[in-house]
Write a protein that binds this ligand. Structure first.
Ligand code: SF4
Ligand code: SF4
Length: 248
């Protein structure tokens, strides 16, 4: 396989229009998610079986005491060595596969044969979600059906500001580094995430944790083995109850 594909998500250009979020729902024919005002402009509250893409909002006090918004378009990072796959390997062969052409990490129906928390808790980015009734699991697919036919992922195609970019991984990495050099004067704290381990690179103007707890992983996925992934299940089991809901 070549270097495959990657996203470059430039949050310095994101206006939180949520066009990407809606385009993802439209392309995958996902139903709207019931939500409520929970004290934040972000909606819905989290990714779900029916929501593969979510623009997360964080409000901070700026240096002049004016509010500053951080927007984070969250989705599966399509890790180069995905720990979700590692956690089910040997138990459910073919439950999680890697697309040869793009490198996309894809869930299959065979995942129903495993306990969803094996997958959910192995992901360092809190991405996989399950449907309680059936145990079916879902997340971003990289829109491989579109990409295999020469189209951009729906979220990238619809983005009006240039925040969402997609292409060959090497080209996206180059684009990310060049953009970082452009914005460093304006944002001295600016940083890039994912260049070593992932297929989603974020340019952030501030520390990752100021965007979202799981904006970057404490443990880079490429260095997390099966044993570590399973240990992580114990660590975040309490969080699991929060995510284990009936969606839609
Ligand atoms: S981000 Fe999580 S769900 Fe996506 S490939 Fe990596 S480990 Fe798997
Ligand atoms: S690549 Fe496709 S599935 Fe993934 S977030 Fe974008 S629109 Fe949704």
């Amino acid at each position: 396989m070549s270097s495959g594909k990657a996203f470059f998500i430039d949050t310095t250009r994101c206006t939180a229009c949520r066009g990407c979020q809606i385009a993802c729902k439209q392309w995958h024919q996902l139903p709207a998610t019931k939500t409520h005002n929970w004290g934040n402009m972000q909606n819905p509250e989290d990714l779900s079986y029916d929501t593969y893409k979510l623009v997360r909002f964080q409000e901070h006090n700026g240096p002049d005491n004016k509010p500053v918004w951080h927007f984070f378009p969250d989705q599966c990072r399509h890790c180069l060595k995905p720990t979700c796959k590692e956690a089910v390997e040997g138990e459910v062969s073919g439950g999680i596969i890697i697309d040869r052409q793009t490198g996309a990490v894809l869930f299959t129906d065979k995942l129903k044969e495993t306990d969803p928390d094996n997958v959910i808790n192995a992901c360092p980015f809190e991405i996989p979600k399950a449907l309680k009734e059936t145990g079916a699991m879902a997340k971003c697919t990289m829109c491989v059906d579109r990409v295999h036919n020469g189209l951009l992922p729906a979220c990238v195609k619809t983005c009006p500001t240039g925040a969402m970019n997609f292409g060959d991984r090497d080209e996206m990495a180059k684009m990310a580094r060049e953009r970082l050099a452009e914005v460093e004067t304006r944002f001295p704290m600016a940083t890039l995430t994912g260049l070593n381990d992932l297929r989603v690179f974020y340019l952030l103007s501030d520390a990752p944790k100021r965007y979202y707890t799981y904006a970057s992983a404490d443990l880079p996925p490429a260095r997390m083995d099966r044993k570590t992934a399973l240990r992580k299940i114990g660590r975040s089991f309490n969080d699991f109850t929060r995510e284990w809901r009936i969606f839609g």
